[in-house]
Design a protein around this ligand. Structure first.
Ligand code: FES
Length: 169
């Protein structure tokens, strides 16, 4: 049994009760992924599994056997920040930064969902070929990631600037 984390093969712990979050943080010391309430309510622990966003606190490590996990550390390319990481800096998308890795991993997968045409709860026209990623769509799609500092406006601006357009000044 093995899984891939940020491109490296990893053997999961023998204890099947270990969550993916604890495997990342406690066993592998990949502390970019944060533990918030540890009950699926805040999104701080969001990582990508085969490109889909998952809450690692609610995922057992053994459940991702044979799959590819990407954490915030794995989004960097050749030591350079992912464009969305830079945008979070440019648009004040974080304050304390605790929720930021989960926000960024969630947004990366969210954009793929949007590009595939997956509707959200607020999508009006389900027959349309394209969905406008406006503020309501974006906020709904990112609603599983909470920021207790209240940096949501900057987070929305950073995502829009990276994937849609530069927001109006
Ligand atoms: S720690 Fe997993 S959702 Fe909050």
């Amino acid at each position: 049994m093995s899984l891939t984390i940020n491109g490296a093969s990893v053997t999961p712990p023998s204890d099947p009760r270990v969550s993916l979050l604890d495997l990342l943080r406690e066993n592998l010391h990949l502390t970019g992924t944060k533990k918030g309430r540890n009950q699926g309510a805040c999104g701080a622990c969001t990582v990508l599994v085969d490109g889909e966003r998952v809450l690692s606190c609610l995922t057992l490590a053994v459940q991702v056997d044979g799959r590819s996990v990407t954490t915030i550390e794995g989004l960097m390319v050749d030591g350079a920040m992912h464009p969305l990481q830079q945008a979070f800096i440019d648009h004040d998308g974080f304050q304390c930064g605790y929720c930021t890795p989960g926000q960024i991993c969630s947004a990366v997968a969210m954009v793929d969902e949007w590009r595939r045409g997956s509707p959200s709860h607020v999508t009006g026209d389900l027959s349309s070929d394209t969905i406008d990623l406006d503020h309501d769509e974006l906020r709904e799609r990112m609603s599983g990631n909470l920021c207790r500092c209240g940096a949501h406006n900057g987070i929305v601006d950073a995502i829009l600037a990276t994937y849609v357009q530069e927001p109006a000044a």
